[in-house]
Design a protein around this ligand. Structure first.
Ligand code: ADP
Ligand code: ZN
Ligand code: ZN
Length: 749
């Protein structure tokens, strides 16, 4: 019988080779019949040998001169069709190479570290036989005997443990295993980073409130009806969103489908895992970045094998290999950390939307402060359904929020960090032995210029973006590069009290010590949390009452649930308010709402003080009143007037490299090239600003310039980007220069 000649389509692991191109290779006879979809093979490629993945087969040769696959690299399939499809979607939407996206989609499998896997050993020799062997050859092979004896007494030890316990070297274990004296179990029991709860710890099943009940009913009805739907669960902090998620997941499991629940990395605390574990036991897998590669691989495999139909994890868990996601939940959907800041620069929400649309599943977005992007879709005519949980559980009130006008403090002769009111409140708390949090937003890496008399902040007249101060005495817009000499006097009120900004946690700590001597102060910022787990350790210490005051940056705004905290002070709300980013107002509102949610969780009602030079700003006013809707309307109209998202799609092109002049030059050329690509009527619809130095103009010695583009007509913008890609491959001519393309950027820093 004539052998059927078969060809395989291979996605080579070479960056920049056409975004989604596959290459045809002949399947060698030795592999015919055994080569499968998703196999990794080695192939000749442009005079080199490279690896790639088999993504299809064909009977017919489509190119002349077809080369042959050299060998199979790993005898396993790395992905299924649906995973490849997901990678292709990510690559196309986020304008990156398919193989880069695929690497992200299957990362835990690629990073699998065989060395870390525990293999277990069992003695195959009976006790009687062992005794006999000891008599016959004890003198000659004492080490081997010791290993066998140890293995007999302790079945299931790992190689290293067995050797250590027997006082032999691991090579003795290997020899015995090779000689079939030891049985090796490679179907390893999986590592479980979170042990199961003790029996009896399972959920008691709380009684849902009427609002929770309604939300669950609506989502479950949609689940039963089938078809893709998106729900926005808008619930204030402490309104019991988690319970709603758990109920919906149960329903999905009953239907034989799978569920993925995403939480921001920082809120994926042991408590969170415990809550899910109590409900779903071993049917749940956990994925996050603090796990070892081995642990992640094990969890991944349990998901692939269908053992764990529930996945709880941070951003990358949205890529979990569940075949039929009936439900994806994104808690705190407004969080920036859902956007990956390296290629592929995907947003978990967008990926979840794609996956549930394909599977006909539900997407539930939960937040106390929904992103403008999501909330505008629940307006009449929008595609999302709004579900509200407007009250805290058990009638706990929202904390009282007071806005402190720092301009008045200055007039009253207080030039320090703490307002008189905050000073007094802190002292009160210490006397009452209650805890306080001092929150300070230090994200402003650039110096902000504020008039301390009237609160005026200079903005770019074109972009509505706050100007930042630079050492050369200039104020700069980091979008369009407009620059102006920093004024000596406030252009609004004529005051000379203009300048500065940027208060560090250390300075706050010092002033605190002077203000309330003897108070126990804990500091949490980038410096004190460099070590793994230190973040949690500081929080734990504070929860235990080991300190009176916790001082920290945005890190402390989330995931903190400490009943003893009755006061939160926000030292300088202005820094986030005037960040050079069109989302600065949204970001500030979210932060303040989140910070306010940290207090009053216990019996004593909480209190929040927000210090600012612009107390009249709508983001601050609405946050103080817990009034999302008014904030939303104001912010939306501002975005509309500027044509910023959600009224447009944005793409940011960031040029980076070691030489500033080369980076600047390349960015200028890029802008010119873009201008040439935007033709005719598109000129009115596609905005391009820059190049300008990025707000973080230099990062680890690398200079950064960007060009920002946005358009209400996303297809038009895409066409331009695709043309740019076709012409340049997103490569810049200069050496040591690179370009990153960020679709829907979350951070413009
Ligand atoms: P959110 O995620 O909306 O901020 P949580 O889900 O953390 O709120 O719930 C706040 C608290 O209320 C939790 O301690 C939770 O156990 C509790 N809780 C939730 N639902 C109920 C309920 N129906 N009855 C009693 N307590 C509840
Ligand atoms: Zn002024
Ligand atoms: Zn500008």
């Amino acid at each position: 019988m004539k052998q059927l000649q078969l060809y395989a389509d291979v996605l080579v692991e070479v960056p920049g080779v056409g975004s989604d191109r596959t290459f045809q290779y002949r399947v060698p006879e030795a592999l015919a019949g055994s080569l499968r979809f998703g196999h990794r093979v080695r192939v000749p490629f442009g005079g080199r040998r490279v690896t790639g993945f088999v993504v299809g087969f064909s009977q017919r040769q489509v190119v002349d001169n077809v080369k042959e696959i050299i060998e199979l690299v790993d005898n396993r399939s790395f992905f299924r069709e649906d995973q490849l499809d997901l990678a292709r979607w990510i690559a196309s939407y986020y304008l990156c190479d398919t193989v880069r996206a695929l690497h992200a989609v299957i990362a835990p499998v690629l990073k699998k570290t065989t060395g870390k896997r525990i293999t277990r050993y069992y003695c195959r020799v009976t006790p009687e036989k062992l005794e006999e062997m000891r008599r016959e050859m004890g003198r000659r092979a004492p080490k081997s005997l010791a290993v066998l004896e140890t293995a007999l007494k302790n079945p299931g030890l790992s190689r290293r443990h067995l050797a250590a316990l027997a006082g032999a070297s691991p090579s003795v274990v290997d020899k015995l295993a090779a000689g079939k004296w030891l049985r090796v179990e490679s179907e390893i029991p999986l590592r479980d980073p979170y042990p199961s709860p003790p029996p009896g710890a399972a959920a008691a099943g709380v009684r849902l409130t009427a609002e929770q009940e309604k939300a669950v009913r609506e989502i479950n009805a949609a689940l039963r009806a089938g078809g893709h739907r998106v729900f926005l669960l808008h619930g204030v902090t402490g309104s019991g969103k988690t319970e709603v998620y758990l109920h919906c997941i149960e329903q999905v499991l009953r239907a034989g489908r799978q569920a993925i629940a995403l939480v921001p990395e920082i809120s994926l605390t042991p408590q969170m895992v415990k809550i899910f574990r109590a409900r779903f036991g071993r049917s749940m897998a956990v994925l996050h970045s603090r796990m070892s590669d081995g642990e992640r691989y094990d969890e991944w495999r349990r998901i692939e094998d269908g053992e764990a139909p529930v996945v709880l994890g941070a951003r990358s868990a949205v890529l979990a290999p569940v075949p039929d996601p009936g439900l994806v939940i994104i808690d705190e959907e407004h969080e920036w950390s859902y956007k990956q800041e390296e290629t592929p620069r995907y947003h978990a929400r967008a990926v979840a939307l794609y996956r549930t649309r394909k599977s006909g599943g539900m997407l539930v977005l939960g937040s106390a402060t929904p992103s403008l992007e999501s909330y505008c879709r629940v307006l009449p005519g929008g595609a999302y359904k709004l579900l509200s949980l407007p009250k805290r559980i058990e009638g706990k009130g929202m904390p009282e929020v007071r806005v402190v006008d720092m301009r008045q403090e200055l007039r009253a002769g207080n030039g320090g960090i703490f307002s008189f009111l905050l000073q007094r409140k802190l002292q009160e708390r210490l006397q009452k032995k209650e805890q306080a949090i001092i929150f300070l937003n230090r994200r402003g890496l650039n110096t902000l210029v504020v008039c301390r008399e009237c609160g005026m902040v200079l903005k770019c007249f074109r972009c509505e973006i706050s100007l930042t101060y630079h050492m050369d005495g200039l104020l700069r817009c980091h979008y369009c590069n407009y620059t102006v000499k920093a004024p000596q006097f406030c252009p609004d009120c004529g005051s000379r009290q203009i300048g500065y900004f940027g208060t560090g946690t250390q300075r706050v700590e010092k002033e605190l010590q002077a203000l309330v001597p003897g108070a126990r102060v804990l500091r949490m910022d980038a410096d004190t949390t460099t070590r793994k787990g230190s973040h949690q350790r500081i929080l734990d210490a504070f929860s235990r009452g080991a300190a009176d005051i916790l001082v920290g940056t945005q890190m402390i705004a989330k995931g903190l649930d400490i009943p003893g905290v009755t006061l939160v002070g926000v030292v300088n709300a202005d820094i986030s308010l005037h960040m050079p980013d069109f989302r600065a107002g949204e970001r500030t509102f979210q932060l303040l709402a989140q910070v306010a949610g940290r207090t009053g969780r216990g019996k004593t009602p909480g209190e929040v003080l927000i210090q600012t030079y612009t107390p009249e700003h709508y983001a601050i006013q609405t946050a103080a009143r817990h009034d999302y809707h008014t904030f939303f309307r104001r912010e939306l109209s501002l975005r509309k007037s500027m044509g910023y998202p959600p009224f447009s799609k944005m793409v940011r092109l960031l040029v980076h490299g070691a030489s500033e002049s080369a980076v600047r030059e390349a960015a200028l050329n890029l802008r010119e090239l873009l201008d040439g690509l935007v033709k005719g009527a598109d000129r009115d619809k596609i905005y391009i600003v820059g190049p300008a130095p990025a707000p973080v103009a230099r990062l680890k010695g690398v200079h950064r310039w960007h060009v920002i583009t946005w358009s209400p007509d996303y297809h038009g913008l895409r066409r331009v980007m695709e043309e740019l890609r076709r012409r340049t491959g997103f490569n810049l001519p200069g050496k040591e220069l690179s370009l990153s393309v960020d679709v829907d950027p979350m951070s413009i820093m």
